[in-house]
Design a protein around this ligand. Structure first.
Ligand code: DOR
Length: 432
C-alpha cells in the first residue's frame, strides 16, 4: 500500500467544516483515515488550505474528436484538475458528435487516462440536427446520463416532448435516471445576433440576441416537464426572466434543475464595448440586472450548480471580427476564484454549487461530492484561499488561451487536486 497524507487543512464537506489530516491509499483510491496527526508515505501540505470534495463540471467542451488544436480530452482534463474538478461532463458538439455508441466509447476510452473523470453527454438528436432522437437507451447502457444538443436548443416542440417521454422511460443499470439538458435558445429569435440585444448592441451596431430567445424555450420546457413528469436541466441560464420561471417551477414542485456559468455571474454586455471576440459567448453576456438575478438565484436555491461552459477556441479561429468569431470562453481554471470574487457567495456555498449538487445531477454522486470520511473515494480539491494570482491565457493548461479574465488578479487558487487517489495537481501544477 502506498499512502499520501493531506496535512494541516480545514475539511469542508456537506456536513460543514472541521480540522484534520486526510490519509489516502493510492492503490484503492480511497480515504483510509481522517483525523489529527496522520502520517503517510508522501505528504502534501495543506496548511492554511481548505480540503473539499472535488468539483464536478456539468458543462465542458473538450473538442475531441474533431478539433484537437483547440483542446483535447487530455489538455481539457488538465485545466479541470487545475481548477479542482475531479469530474466533467463533456458536451456533444464534437466532430463527429456523440450521437452513437462508437463516439461515446471513443470519448470514454480517451478519458480513461485523463486527469479527471470524463463523462460524455450524449447528443439528444441525431447529428444534433433536431430532427430525429438519438439512441438514448443504447447510449445510457454505456453510462451516459445527460443528453443535450448543447450549442443548439432543440427547436421542435413535439420532438422535445418525445425526448422527455423517451428519457423518462429509460431504466438504467444503476437506477440513476437520465437527464435531458437544454441549451435554451429559440433560433429564429437569436438569428443574426452576436451579443445580448440591448443598449450596448444598439450602440455598437451589432446584431442582438434578445433575452426572450432564451426565456421562451425555458417557458416551453417547464410546460413539457409538467406534461411528461420528466426532469429538464437548464444549461447556462443567463437572464432574470429565466431565473424567475425556474424559481416558480420549483415552487410548484416541477422536476427542473439549473446551472449558471461563472462568466454570466461576473461579466456584462458592456464587456463587448471594445469588440474583443473573447467576450463573445452563447448565451451572450447580459445586463447588470440579469447578473443580479442570477446571483439571487444562487442564494435562494433556484440555481443548483455552477458549470463553466469551458469552450476553447484556437487563436486562429477566435481572433476574427466580433461578428465572425465563434462564441465561447475558457472557464475551468478560473471558476472558483471568479465565483468567490464576483458571485456574492461564501466558499461553503460555492463548494456546494460546484461539488455535490452537480454530482447529483450528473449521476456521479456515488463517487464525487462525497463526505471526506474513511472508505470514501479520494476525489478531493485543496484550495488555498490566500493565494493571489494573475490570470494569463498563455499559462493555461488549455491548448487555447481565450480567457475573458486575462490580466485579472484573483484571490484563491486550487493548490492540489486528488483524483481517484492520484495527486493530479501538486502546488498549482498538473503532475502529467
Ligand atoms: O459560447 C458557446 N460556445 N456556447 C455554446 O453553446 C457552444 C460553445 C462552443 O462549443 O464553443
Amino acid at each position: 500500500m502506498t499512502t499520501i497524507v493531506l496535512r494541516g487543512g480545514q475539511l469542508l464537506d456537506r456536513s460543514g467544516r472541521r480540522s484534520g489530516d486526510v490519509l489516502i491509499d493510492r492503490e484503492t483510491g480511497r480515504i483510509i483515515e481522517v483525523g489529527p496527526g496522520l502520517s503517510g508515505d508522501d505528504v502534501l501540505d495543506a496548511t492554511g488550505c481548505v480540503v473539499t470534495p472535488g468539483f464536478v463540471d456539468l458543462h465542458v467542451h473538450f473538442r475531441e474528436p474533431g478539433d484537437e488544436v483547440a483542446e483535447t480530452i487530455m489538455s481539457g482534463s488538465r485545466c479541470a484538475a487545475r481548477g479542482g474538478f475531479t469530474a466533467v461532463v463533456a458536451m456533444p458538439n464534437t466532430d463527429p458528435c456523440t450521437d452513437s455508441a462508437s463516439v461515446i466509447n471513443e470519448v470514454l476510452a480517451r478519458g480513461a487516462s485523463a486527469l479527471c473523470e470524463v463523462r460524455p453527454a450524449g447528443a439528444l438528436t441525431v447529428g444534433r440536427e433536431g430532427r430525429a432522437l438519438a439512441p438514448m437507451a443504447e447510449l445510457a447502457t454505456l453510462g451516459v446520463r445527460i443528453f443535450t444538443d448543447d450549442g443548439n436548443g432543440l427547436q421542435d416542440d413535439r420532438l422535445m416532448r418525445r425526448a422527455l417521454e423517451y428519457a423518462g422511460s429509460i431504466v438504467t443499470d444503476d437506477g440513476v435516471p437520465v437527464v435531458v439538458a437544454q441549451h435554451c435558445e429559440v433560433a429564429s429569435l437569436s438569428a443574426g445576433g452576436v451579443m445580448h440585444e440591448g443598449e450596448w448592441s444598439a450602440r455598437l451596431g451589432l446584431g442582438g440576441q434578445p433575452a426572450e430567445a432564451e426565456e421562451l424555450m425555458v417557458m416551453r420546457d417547464i410546460a413539457l416537464a409538467r406534461m411528461t413528469g420528466t426532469r429538464v436541466h437548464f444549461q447556462h441560464l443567463s437572464t432574470a426572466g429565466s431565473v424567475a420561471m425556474v424559481r416558480a417551477a420549483k415552487a410548484g414542485g416541477l422536476p427542473v434543475t439549473a446551472e449558471v456559468t461563472p462568466h454570466h455571474l461576473s461579466l456584462t454586455d458592456a464587456s463587448c464595448a471594445g469588440f474583443d471576440p473573447v467576450f463573445k459567448v452563447h448565451p451572450p453576456l447580459r445586463t447588470e440586472a440579469d447578473v443580479a438575478a442570477l446571483r439571487a438565484g444562487l442564494h435562494d436555491g433556484t440555481i443548483d450548480a455552477i458549470a463553466t461552459d469551458h469552450a476553447p477556441h484556437a487563436p486562429e479561429t477566435k481572433e476574427h471580427p466580433f461578428d465572425q468569431a465563434p462564441p465561447g470562453m475558457l472557464g475551468l481554471e478560473t471558476a472558483l476564484a471568479v465565483v468567490l470574487a464576483d458571485a456574492g457567495v461564501s466558499l461553503d456555498q460555492a463548494v456546494a454549487l460546484l461539488s455535490w449538487q452537480p454530482a447529483a445531477i450528473a449521476g456521479l454522486a456515488d463517487r464525487h461530492g462525497r463526505p471526506i470520511a474513511p472508505g470514501e473515494p479520494a476525489n478531493l480539491a485543496v484550495f488555498d484561499p490566500e493565494h493571489s494570482w494573475t490570470v494569463r491565457g498563455a499559462e493555461s493548461a488549455s491548448n487555447s488561451d481565450n480567457t475573458p479574465f486575462e490580466g485579472r488578479t484573483l484571490n484563491g487558487r486550487v493548490r492540489h487536486t486528488i483524483h481517484a487517489g492520484e495527486p493530479v495537481v501538486i502546488d498549482f501544477e498538473a503532475t502529467r
